[in-house]
Design a protein around this ligand. Structure first.
Ligand SMILES: *Cc1c(COP(=O)(O)O)cnc(C)c1O
Length: 420
């Protein structure tokens, strides 16, 4: 460690050991990163991306070649027949909502097989809230298969649930803010095989935080459609906003009519000068995801050295970029987030405080210091102040600065006399 930051020798020594312990995981991340980077480069070359594709379109955006080529490049990157990647999809929740409304019809049943979905999807489905025009308001029935006590998927129960007619099976790949294990593409393939045996339901995957973490994406393992956010993995830290939907061509077309409106679909939508950033972000995504993964592994490894429980463990195979650390009590969670904030490139001078976040029963503290508002491919953390006193962290555009953020978090815990 250089002398720019005042790291105590105890924390510095633990960090050194943590790095050594992480070397096998780092090597695995490098291998996958190199594979995915070649895959993405090959997709750019296959689609003959040229500078003229960056040209801005305005108004209706008819005939925007860059927009159409970008769709094709993303489809090739994720092994899909077709895709839609747009700055006008405002966030992950919006994108997932467009896909759900695009594919489901009144009278249909949506079956979520990975327990309770991510919080913000509840209002889209109609589990929460009313009068907002949720799927429920439009006559779509929601059913759910809960996870087993160990947090894994209940395959038997899924098989049973498919005895009734289901139009869509919905899978959430990443753990979100729970401690269940995230699903890898092989887990998704197991579910897809069971579904295909019994039903012609559309298999949709919320792919948030999972892109480019493995060599392949869920569409190569039986999923019909995937969706995610561009201020997470596939935006490569460069996309200023946006989302994507990819998968079977007929399903992507249906989604396009919800993304704009029936009849117009993907023919409209001006790029407003965003295309270059989306191309460049996608190009960089495998590399940036590798940096985020190394930061997550380092965080796990350091806190293991300091005696804390982590999930996933630093030596475990990764399927998303999320790292949870169990920090024992509220004081330690607060110290972690406030310490991490001190190492942010943006807003290092602010001190995050716990607050009563809408939708939560407990106070939540967060740290974020990002070039793009709310971006969670950049180093960030969230901790609800309740059992199991875990902080969920993700991101960093580069490992070297991510490492400093993690060390300053540990340093703050040390300084306040809270280390185990
Ligand atoms: C982030 C996320 C979403 C929603 O994305 P927003 O961009 O925050 O709207 C949905 N599902 C999962 C698993 C996520 O991680």
């Amino acid at each position: 460690m250089n002398s720019f930051f005042n790291i105590d020798s105890k924390v510095a020594a633990a960090a050194e050991k943590a790095l050594e312990a992480a070397s096998a995981s780092f090597a695995r991340i490098d291998e996958i990163r190199a594979y995915n980077q070649e895959k993405v480069l090959a997709a750019f070359i296959k689609n003959s991306v040229t500078e003229s594709h960056f040209t801005e379109s305005t108004g209706y955006g008819y005939g925007d070649r860059g927009r159409d080529v970008l769709d094709s490049v993303l489809a090739d990157c994720v092994g899909a027949q077709d895709s839609l990647i747009r700055h006008s999809l405002t966030c992950g929740t919006h994108t997932l909502g467009v896909a759900l409304f695009g594919l489901l019809r009144p009278g249909d049943t949506m079956l979520c097989v990975t327990g309770t979905p991510y919080d913000t999807i509840h209002s889209v489905i109609g589990i929460k809230g009313s009068g907002m025009g949720s799927l429920k308001d439009f006559g779509v029935t929601y059913k759910q298969v809960d996870l087993l006590p160990d947090g894994t998927v209940d395959l038997e129960c899924i098989e049973k649930a498919l005895e009734e007619k289901v139009a869509m099976v919905y899978i959430q790949r990443s753990r979100g803010y729970s401690l269940r294990p995230s699903l890898g593409v092989e887990d998704i393939e197991k579910i897809a095989k069971i579904v295909r045996n019994k039903s012609d339901a559309v298999i949709m995957v919320d792919n948030c935080y999972g892109e480019f973490v493995e060599r392949t994406e869920p569409v190569s393992h039986g999923a019909d459609i995937i969706a995610g956010s561009l201020i997470k993995n596939p935006g490569g830290g460069i996309a200023k906003c946006g989302g994507y939907i990819a998968g079977r061509a007929d399903l992507v077309e249906k989604c396009s009519y919800r993304m704009t409106t029936p009849g117009l679909g993907r023919e409209v939508g001006p790029s407003l000068g965003q295309t270059r950033g989306l191309f460049m972000g996608l190009f960089n995504a495998p590399h940036i995801v590798g940096e985020a993964l190394k930061t997550a592994v380092f965080a796990a490894s350091l806190f293991e050295q300091l005696g804390y429980e982590t999930t996933p463990h630093s030596a475990e195979k990764r399927v998303d970029i999320i790292q949870a650390l169990k920090l024992c009590n509220s004081e330690t969670l607060i110290a972690f987030c406030q310490g991490m904030q001190k190492g942010a490139p943006i807003d290092s001078n602010v001190c995050p405080e716990p607050w009563d976040m809408p939708g939560y029963d407990n106070q939540v503290i967060m740290s974020a210091g990002a070039f793009t508002g709310g971006s969670s491919i950049e180093l960030s953390s969230d901790a609800p102040l309740r059992e199991p006193f875990a902080v969920w962290m993700q991101g960093s555009l580069n490992f070297d600065s991510g490492k400093v953020g993690i060390m300053l978090a540990a340093q703050e815990i040390f300084k306040r006399g809270l280390l185990k």
